[in-house]
Design a protein around this ligand. Sequence first.
Ligand code: SF4
Length: 352
Amino acid sequence: MPPFVIPIFIIHQGCPHTCIFCNQQGITGHTSREGNELTSASVRKIINEQLGWSRKRKTVVQVAFYGGSFTGLPKDRQEEFLGAVKPYIESGLVDAIRLSTRPDYIDLSTALFLRKAGVETVELGIQSMDPAVLQASVRGHTATHVKAAFTALKEAGLKIGAQLMVGLPGEKTKKLIQGTQEIIRMAPDFARVYPALVMKGSGLETLYRSGKYLPLTLNRAVGLAARLKVLFDDASIPVIRLGLQPSLSLEKECVAGPYHPAFGELVLSRILFKKVRKILSTIPKGKKHRLCVAAADQSVFRGSENKNLKRLQALGLMDNVELVFGQDQPRQTINIVNVQKHRICTRSGLTA
Ligand code: SF4
């Protein structure tokens, strides 16, 4: 069961930068004023309010500081916030703290401080490993900072989340794949993949309006995110989020780009379609087969408006194939059964 996360937004706090795509307020629906006014008392209030929900769920409870660069905050603010959560960890009401920050705001002493203060996971806003993309996105850090941050966090025994973006200015697919492979070699504990969106008031909006930046189409963004997801899957690194959390404020503030409220489903659907197409094209024609897909994956498999299924049918790949959705079948697995021989001839997870 996924953890119950109590988010506390420190919008744009601790960050003197202005990344070209950044509009934290629009993305999260929370204001920088809220972050500014946050105190240990308000942290406790948020936790107390949310804990009632978590008790009903009986799952791991985590407090998460999102929306800014936590380790860029003055040390006394960091201590204040982490200190406010500590009693909940000591009493067992909260299991751990997670936070997000920039790669260049982590060194060994910071990592050790976080660990001692009860932090378990640090999510690094990496976005890209390509120097040209980092520069064009005005990130203000380099790929070397990312490597140093991984080393420090691992040495301190912290879990690492890698946040990546597709579709940033100057991105080349080959470099995107190479950069992702580089990140995989550093072995993060999990990853998140987001498409770059043109948010109101961001530098990207200026570029876009002057015709100097063309956002990815939804189709292309889904395809790239699917490629990254498959790379992470192959390395057994969970991708815990594909696409930004949909919200009214995000929809209102997004000027252009591949926004879709079910972006993650589209990505999973693309991966599943390709996988099934590949497997079905290898089975002997004329023999009856049964294609078994997890019932929980039914909508992902069918795709919007049954598009995936129709494409498989149009390719002739569903001829002599009976489609079954298995209630007990694990998600993201596919079984092909030779009906005459009553034998599973192909069993597969999602990744090819
Ligand atoms: S580092 Fe994060 S908070 Fe700071 S400008 Fe960039 S995206 Fe926004």
